[in-house]
Design a binder for this molecule. Structure first.
Ligand code: HEC
Ligand code: HEC
Length: 443
């Protein structure tokens, strides 16, 4: 096939993709697809091709971005998609011993640290859609060896994270507002922990980490991919918000809500918008108050010893429980703090935890607040795919608010759980659940 024919095919495919994302929301007027969301359409087409084609250059492992950010799965990876592909691979292998699906590379097997290239236990990937992300430990952080209780020699740690959808990315990056007390990217970034400040930085690292490209990826390739990513939206509405922000006009709030959805939006404004506020993240115009937060989604889950318990979180699946490690932090004043988590979040970037004090200023288990546009399409939820449905998400938050309340000394109602500093009134009530869910499904 000659090059110009290939290029035309990819251009067509990109336009088709644009039409597809815009028709996801039937409420929205169709927008012209010719604009490529302010990007050069030829660059976008090249980026689409790079995103979907496997990298077979520079020692790469043949993986493409689309192997994990599956276009037909709203650019995320659901556990059901991973499992179906695994079963298909087993069937293909009966006929062809070389059959391959680049999703199943040894680095993402549970037993990779013991069996290396021969690792073959893909439980976390198949059952939960999780990928291994390896972090170097900050200088003041050590891991505890569970069998001896002493410090281990490891200088890196693996955490397991779900593949987020690659959509609405122009809306969810750094916004120069309301900084968190610590870098990196104190006003927001990409990845679950916000550690990358731009899509280019993100793509460069994805090429090295997931596709195992050796050396620095070509800058043109990185720019092409980022340009393509800036054109992916979960709905015409999300695209229109991005266009409004780009042209400096204020995006309007949605008007076409049913009575139930409008009630749900009021609940959302009270219970959720302090973190998921702002039109980039939902359809509210409320500014974000909390940039990074711990919403108790990690394992092990907090347990209340009071009888009857004041909050009850759903227990983690046994495989997720097995990803828990104990960390020892040495604080600036030389004290040692040991804590357990399946994913300490931003504390792996900064090494900063506090012994006592304002939890908001601590990096322990803090994750970036994700955008919720198109959220109905991308179950399961949370960084470890631990909530199967939006119902489970809402139920988790009801317990989260009870947890916050149980933790507070008498007379203290923190802004995260209170609108007036006196009453614990942010928590969704049982009778508001249906309305809140109806609103979440409009996003
Ligand atoms: C092996 C699976 C896999 C592959 C291949 C992969 N990703 Fe990802 N991607 C992930 C996971 C897992 C995360 C979340 C990682 C984290 O938070 O530390 C992620 C995060 C992202 C994000 C951040 C989204 C957000 O909302 O913050 C972007 C953008 C992204 N990937 C783009 C890419 C691009 C571009 C490529 C190809 C160069 C790629 N990914 C290849 C698994 C993958
Ligand atoms: C204190 C800040 C805060 C509040 C309040 C909050 N969230 Fe979140 N939300 C977060 C953070 C941080 C995450 C990322 C957690 C994770 O990935 O494990 C998140 C994740 C989510 C997700 C999963 C997104 C995904 O792509 O997996 C959904 C859905 C969600 N929140 C909905 C809500 C709803 C509904 C409410 C109100 C009842 C709410 N949130 C209140 C901070 C908050």
């Amino acid at each position: 096939m000659n090059r110009s024919l290939m290029r035309s095919i990819f251009l067509l495919a990109t336009v088709a993709l644009g039409v597809y994302t815009q028709t996801l929301s039937k409420r929205e007027p169709r927008l012209s697809t010719g604009q490529c969301a302010g990007e050069d359409c030829v660059v976008v087409a090249r980026g689409f091709r790079a995103f979907t084609e496997g990298m077979d250059v520079l020692g790469a492992n043949g993986r493409a971005c689309a192997d994990c950010h599956v276009p037909a799965d709203h650019f995320q990876l659901s556990p059901s998609n991973a499992e179906a592909r695994y079963q298909l691979l087993l069937i293909r292998r009966q006929f062809d011993s070389n059959a391959d699906d680049p999703l199943f590379r040894a680095t993402d097997a549970n037993d990779f640290r013991t069996n290396g290239a021969d690792a073959s236990d893909f439980t976390n990937l198949r059952r939960h859609g999780l990928i291994r992300i390896t972090f170097p430990l900050p200088a003041n952080v050590r891991l505890v060896d569970e069998s001896s209780g002493g410090l281990s020699d490891e200088r890196e740690v693996d955490v397991w994270r779900a593949v987020p959808p690659v959509a609405n990315l122009v809306l969810t990056g750094p916004d120069n507002q309301n900084p968190f007390p610590r870098e990196p990217n104190s006003t927001g970034g990409y990845q679950r922990d916000g550690r990358f400040g731009s899509l280019e930085e993100q793509a460069r690292n994805a090429l090295k980490d997931h596709a195992k490209l050796v050396g620095e990826p070509p800058e043109g390739l990185v720019k092409d991919i980022a340009s393509f990513e800036r054109t992916i939206f979960s709905s015409g509405r999300a695209r229109a918000i991005a266009e409004a922000l780009r042209s400096g006009t204020a995006p309007t709030e949605d008007e076409e809500l049913s009575e139930l959805e409008a009630q749900g939006k009021a609940v959302f404004n009270r219970a959720c918008a302090n973190c998921h506020g702002g039109s980039g993240f939902s359809t509210t115009n409320r500014p974000v108050v909390f940039r990074y937060h711990d919403t108790k989604t990690q394992c092990p889950r907090a347990l209340d010893t009071a009888d009857p318990p004041r909050f009850v979180f759903t227990a983690c699946a046994p495989e997720l429980e097995q990803t828990v490690r104990t960390y020892e932090f040495t604080t600036a004043t030389g004290e040692k703090v040991r804590r357990k988590s399946s994913d300490p979040g931003r504390a792996l970037l900064s090494g900063f935890v506090m012994i006592a004090g304002q939890p908001a200023a601590d990096d322990w288990n803090k994750l970036d607040v994700p955008g919720l546009h198109g959220i109905r399409h991308t179950a399961p939820y949370f960084h470890n795919n631990s909530a199967a449905t939006l119902e489970e998400v809402v139920d988790h938050y009801i317990e989260f608010y009870k947890f916050v309340r149980a933790q507070q000394p008498p007379g203290v109602a923190p802004p995260v759980a209170s609108t007036d500093g006196v009453n614990f009134d942010r928590q969704p009530k049982a009778e508001e659940r249906a309305a809140l869910l109806a609103y979440l499904r409009t996003l």
